[in-house]
Design a protein around this ligand. Structure first.
Ligand SMILES: *[C@@H]1O[C@H](CO)[C@@H](O)[C@H](O)[C@H]1NC(C)=O
Ligand SMILES: *[C@@H]1O[C@H](CO)[C@@H](O)[C@H](O)[C@H]1NC(C)=O
Ligand SMILES: *[C@@H]1O[C@H](CO)[C@@H](O)[C@H](O)[C@H]1NC(C)=O
Length: 236
């Protein structure tokens, strides 16, 4: 669970947004974001498909964050997908198959790969250590990596994962991110040396077990569910 202090800090930040939640039509967007993160994803099954992703996260519960994920350095920023972040305690409640869709955050944090652009170092350190280090993320990208140059978001969503070691990502890719955001991952890593994550739980980062999970479309013959409109011809 988050430390009580941090929950309060995040809750205070979320106050403005939560007042919107009383509107009868609900909270209508990502305005309530309390965390802005940049980190890396790779497409499940495609270790060469590296993505720099900007996350804007809102609090759903004290053990669940929800982040809108945007591609870095596109204007207007393209919505890449969504990441749900849960605590270790919440992850422990998931069944064997569900766990395999999630990735651990421990290394993303100790490595310095995950950053909070613009936050003072001390605040970054507290959030990484007390809120994020033992969390797990489940992320689907709706704008596919292999369609990054397309005018429209073609195709179906894809599952992405997080890195767990240095040799999995191209050093130049990290360097370009650092230049873009004016940070130094080596220094961020050094500043987090005292953060000791718990062991990653069974099931997360499922690629390490020797198989990859990807999404597919299911197209099955079915009875027509609705009557067709009068005079409408069947799809040719
Ligand atoms: C997108 O375009 C860039 C620049 O031309 C190119 O380097 C990259 O390989 C392209 N990506 C894909 C997935 O086709
Ligand atoms: C990042 O910081 C390290 C340690 O201070 C330094 O050796 C390295 O040159 C820095 N990298 C860049 C690109 O400035
Ligand atoms: C689904 O299958 C039907 C029947 O083979 C085909 O006509 C249709 O184009 C398929 N749709 C997709 C999205 O694959």
């Amino acid at each position: 669970m988050y430390s009580p202090k941090l929950s309060l800090t995040l809750a205070a930040l979320a106050f403005t947004a939560s007042s919107l939640a009383t509107l009868p039509f609900g909270h209508y967007g990502p305005e309530g974001a309390v965390l802005y993160l940049n980190g890396f994803h790779f497409v499940s099954g495609h270790t060469d498909q590296e993505i720099s992703a900007n996350h804007w996260c809102v609090i759903i519960r004290d053990d669940l964050l929800q982040c809108a994920v945007y591609n870095t350095a596109t204007t207007p920023a393209r919505l890449a997908g969504v990441e749900y972040i849960i605590t270790k305690d919440a992850f422990e409640t998931l069944d064997h198959e569900e766990r395999q869709l999630w990735h651990s955050h421990a290394y993303e944090i100790t490595s310095g790969f995950l950053i909070e652009p613009g936050l003072p170092a001390s605040v970054d350190h507290t959030i990484m250590k007390d809120v994020l280090v033992n969390t797990y993320g489940k992320t689907f990208h709706t704008w596919r990596y292999d369609q990054q140059n397309s005018t429209y978001p073609i195709g179906i969503p894809e599952l992405v994962m997080g890195y767990t070691r240095d040799d999995q990502i191209t050093p130049d890719f990290v360097l370009r991110r650092d230049e873009l955001f004016g940070v130094n991952t080596t220094e961020v890593r050094a500043a987090r040396e005292d953060i000791c994550p718990d062991a990653v739980l069974q099931g997360a980062d499922s690629w390490k077990y020797g198989y990859v999970l990807t999404l597919g479309i299911v197209n099955k013959t079915a009875e027509i569910i609705f009557d067709k409109n009068p005079g409408e011809s069947p799809l040719q």
